[in-house]
Design a binder for this molecule. Sequence first.
Ligand SMILES: [Cu+2]
Length: 174
Amino acid sequence: MQDLAWAISLWLMALLAITFIYVVMKSGDKADASAVQSGAGKIRATLFWLILIAGVPVTMVTLTDLPYAAQSDATAQIVTAEGSQFNWDISPTTIVAGKPVEFHVTAADATHGFAIFDDTMTLLTQTQAMPEYTNILKYTFSKAGTYKVLCLEYCGSGHHVMSAEITVVAAGGM
Ligand SMILES: [Cu+2]
């Protein structure tokens, strides 16, 4: 869905850019004063007001459908994660499957990479852990189990020991 919206946006942006370039290229021509008085001018004026009047409600309705508003989920489980050389400080480490999790990820010293792997060591999701900034990573674990957190950003001599575990329990099992 997001890819489609992105593709449509790109096409519309290209169309707008082409129109803009066309208008700029044509702007050297003298205005046709008779056209403004005639039917062409009236059609232009009608279209202008139609777009303006229709545009406002259409924009308002479609903006509410953007995914951004839906992202702040009050039911999400909040987990804070702070990376430091060479350790992860994660709280809580036990969460419930099937419910969205919001990881608030930051770092104490250098930039680290906060990455979550399943038991087959498949990367599920990741974000940067940066000093003085909190990245919010949203993820919903579909099944219970033990998940590994590893650092994906080389951060010094002990980078490879930066590992932690998250326990995901089935809903109602907590
Ligand atoms: Cu690292």
